[in-house]
Design a protein around this ligand. Structure first.
Ligand code: GDD
Ligand code: GTP
Length: 417
């Protein structure tokens, strides 16, 4: 029997996803029309002998989270529970804190997934992976310049045993990066974590301002120790995978999830037709959205519930969140339009693409920080927070607009507070 743990973090996380994460836990942000963790759950459902899915985080249980869990349980017919940390316990502390819940029923192994990743998960192979009695870390290839943003590992090419693991190394270690997907054998992992916490106790008893002894970091504490003990193995995944750190990478993720729908859910991709809007490339439209037949959507657009799109509007490489209204002839490119925003007639909302560099192999979406070294705002997608109103005939370019703003003019390269 297998269990799944998804690490969903909490309200102090997701800072690079503001202002969108101010409104909604980042794991519930829709990619390809469905919350990020919905994609995790859907992929896990394919694991044979899956017993339950446990979400661990430090969000206060909210209506949106409870509703999501309830709907997903019904849809996928699998028990899903949310366990809340009393305070942030780090990327592995929650797993130890709730070890009794995870170990209940005596699973042979449990899978851990970071919530802020998305991919064409290689989970179908899990039935065979169960045979492995040790711990497994999924990895991908990155390029040399970007690898330091991730956990990096060095493996034995023959046995795939991890020889060395460094979390976000300052100097170059390896181009093999940790995907934030692991399979652990419970007994061995909990024993190791117990030892780490014991060491924390000893260290902190000597500190004047001791931190939280129960806080355990997955990379620095757990994976590095497992690697040095020779009990961590690497599993290479070469299908699509991306972390979703900032809103720019959400547009990239959205494009790739829509592309995956050709294989997994062709029924979710909109088609042009008589009386239908003109569709270019991959587009998801929620059934409750109302789109004028003369509008042109795509490629790579997701349209949320109750969105209204007027005549002649043009939308491309964009996520429109629930309840947004696009008035006639507006043009939206490379943007995320927040819940219940209103875009006036003939207005243009445009951002810059944050795609991986196509000229570099294994490149990943960039834009780790909002500001460049010169202190200027890095050109990125345009983001409108909830309930922003853009009047007619203005241009909003490469800007971030905080929720509930009523803009009266055009803006370029600004954060509008
Ligand atoms: N429950 C809980 N409690 N979850 C947490 C906490 C916590 O205190 N802190 C972080 N998380 C969750 C986040 O929500 C996210 O899903 C995951 O743990 C990873 O947390 P980050 O701290 O954001 O790590 P990262 O994304 O920068 O790096 C991790 O992921 C990379 C791949 O995307 C590492 O595992 C890297 O090694 C890896 O390459
Ligand atoms: P790239 O070569 O990939 O950059 O695309 P492009 O040359 O088609 O131009 P761009 O990215 O600027 O525009 C994307 C789409 O939006 C194109 O189909 C344009 O025709 C359309 N578009 C651009 N500006 C406007 C506008 O102001 N109004 C409307 N309705 N459509 C526009």
């Amino acid at each position: 029997m297998i269990k799944v743990v998804i690490l969903i973090g909490g309200p102090m996380k997701g800072t690079r996803f503001r202002p969108l994460s101010l409104e909604l836990p980042k794991p519930l942000f829709p990619i390809g029309g469905f919350p990020v963790v919905y994609h995790h759950i859907e992929a896990c459902k394919k694991i044979p002998d899956l017993k339950e899915i446990i979400l661990i985080g430090f969000y206060q249980s909210s209506e949106s989270l409870s509703r999501f869990i309830q709907n997903a349980q019904q849809e996928f017919n699998i028990p899903i529970r949310y366990l809340q940390e009393f305070q942030p316990l780090g990327t592995a502390g929650g797993i130890y804190h709730f070890r009794d819940q995870i170990a209940m029923g005596d699973p042979e192994a449990f899978l851990v997934l970071n919530a802020d990743i998305i991919g064409d998960y290689p989970l179908i192979d899990f039935s065979s992976l169960r045979m492995i009695s040790s711990n497994l870390n999924f990895h991908q290839q990155a390029n040399k310049k970007q690898a330091h943003n991730f956990g990096c590992l060095v493996q034995d090419p023959e046995t795939h045993k991890v020889l060395h693991y460094v979390e976000k190394p300052e100097t170059f270690v390896s181009e093999i990066i940790n995907c934030g997907i692991y399979i652990f054998s419970p007994a061995a992992l909990f024993k190791l974590m117990g030892e780490i916490i014991q060491k924390n106790y000893q260290k902190m008893s000597e500190e004047p301002f001791p931190g939280n002894v129960e806080s355990v970091r997955m990379g620095e504490d757990v994976l590095a120790t497992l690697a040095s003990a020779g009990s961590l193995y690497a599993f290479k995944s070469s299908s699509f995978w991306s972390s979703i750190k900032n809103a720019g990478s959400a547009i990239y993720a959205n494009r790739n999830v829509l592309a995956m729908y050709h294989k997994t859910h062709p029924d979710l991709l909109a088609q042009s037709g008589k009386g239908q809007p003109h569709i270019r490339g991959d587009v998801y439209i929620h059934p409750s959205a109302v789109v004028h037949p003369s509008a042109v959507l795509g490629p790579n657009v997701s349209v949320g519930s109750n969105v209204v799109i007027g005549a002649g509007a043009r939308v491309r490489e964009t996520i429109l969140l629930d309840g947004a209204e696009l008035k006639d002839h507006c043009c939206i490119l490379y943007s995320i339009i927040g819940w219940n925003c209103s875009i006036g007639m003939w207005s243009r909302v445009e951002g810059s693409r944050c795609d991986p560099n196509p000229n570099e192999e294994f490149s990943r979406p960039d834009g780790e920080s909002l500001f460049g070294e010169d202190g200027k705002l890095t050109p990125s997608i345009t983001i409108l927070g909830r309930n922003v109103t853009i009047p007619g005939e203005v241009i909003v370019l490469n800007s971030i607009v905080l929720p509930h703003k009523d803009l009266g003019q055009s803006y370029k390269n600004e954060i509008i507070l």
